[in-house]
Design a protein around this ligand. Structure first.
Ligand code: GUN
Length: 283
């Protein structure tokens, strides 16, 4: 039997409407309009497209968004100065520094300079540390979006074997920690994993976030597993391709996210939710 296709667009729309309701309530109760500031450095086309969808999302949910665009040759000090200005601006409740940053800018230092209470991405070391310690804090948007998708399909990670493919600071690492917090038995796999096929074959839940088109063969998937594909790889034809061989995996999994239309739309929706939370914390 073919898997249920998880409709990330529909869940993202639901999250956005929840955020819009929260924004309206905050305006009514406290006269406060949540403000998200986006810092973009250089002219990476993917970054421009993310930033555009974040701005649209803000407009749609009633938040104010401002963009702070610096040229690709901006110095570390110039980027840092923008972050400091936004930290001090009371009309800015949430800050997002779009990654990647040009190589002359020390991205780790910029992320650490964002006031933790204004961090919309949850990338600040304080939030990463709290997540690692099993404490509350701001969660990175993509793994938070995956958790929301699991909730929507009624998949409880408790006691399940979860395999996370990838260990990036943005997705793989926080994803595994969030699944651990939800009582899954978590295995991280990565480019140095010895036998990826057998690790994947044991997974009740697979989250693939390694950025290699169709690396995960459909035949590796345990029958009945839930498959979440975070991969957004551009194929030679310019189309988006996931990390999982979808056509085969869909015949084995019980539920699977498509690419595009699965995890992708959730990232922006969860960012809006984080921005609203930041405004609520500061209200
Ligand atoms: N670049 C790719 N994904 C992200 C993200 O989630 N947040 C930020 N700030 N930059 C990114």
């Amino acid at each position: 039997m073919a898997a249920r296709i998880i409709d990330g667009k529909a869940v993202a729309a639901k999250v956005r409407s929840e955020v819009a309701a929260g924004v309206a309530r905050l305006k009514q109760d406290k006269g406060l309009v949540p403000g998200l500031a986006v810092v973009r450095v250089g002219d990476d086309p993917a970054s421009l497209s993310y930033v555009t969808s974040k701005r649209k999302g803000c407009e749609e949910t009633g938040m104010v968004s401002t963009e702070h665009h610096l040229p690709a040759v901006a110095t570390h000090e110039e980027v840092l100065a923008v972050v400091h200005k936004l930290n001090a601006d009371p009309s800015v409740h949430a800050i997002l520094v779009q990654l990647p940053l040009p190589k002359q800018v020390d991205a780790d230092a910029i992320i650490a300079a964002v006031a933790p209470e204004k961090d919309a991405d949850g990338f600040h070391p304080v939030h990463a540390g709290n997540l690692a310690l099993g404490r509350p804090g701001v969660r990175p948007c993509t793994p938070a979006g995956v958790m929301r998708l699991l909730e929507e399909i009624g998949f409880d990670p408790r006691g399940k074997r979860a395999v996370v493919l990838g260990r990036s600071a943005i997705v793989g690492r926080p994803m595994g920690l969030m699944l651990l917090a939800a009582d899954a038995t978590v295995t991280w796999c990565h480019s140095r994993t010895a036998d990826l096929a057998s690790e994947v074959g044991r997974a009740d839940l697979l989250v693939a976030a390694i950025g290699r088109p169709k690396l995960v063969k459909g035949g590796w998937i345990k029958p009945g597993a839930v498959v979440i594909d975070v991969g957004t790889n551009r194929g030679a034809d310019g189309k988006l391709v996931g990390d999982v061989e979808f056509e085969v995996a869909v015949e084995r999994a019980s539920a699977i996210t498509p690419v595009p239309g699965g995890v992708g739309p959730m990232t922006v929706a969860m960012l809006l939710a984080n921005a609203l939370e930041a405004a609520l914390r500061q209200s």
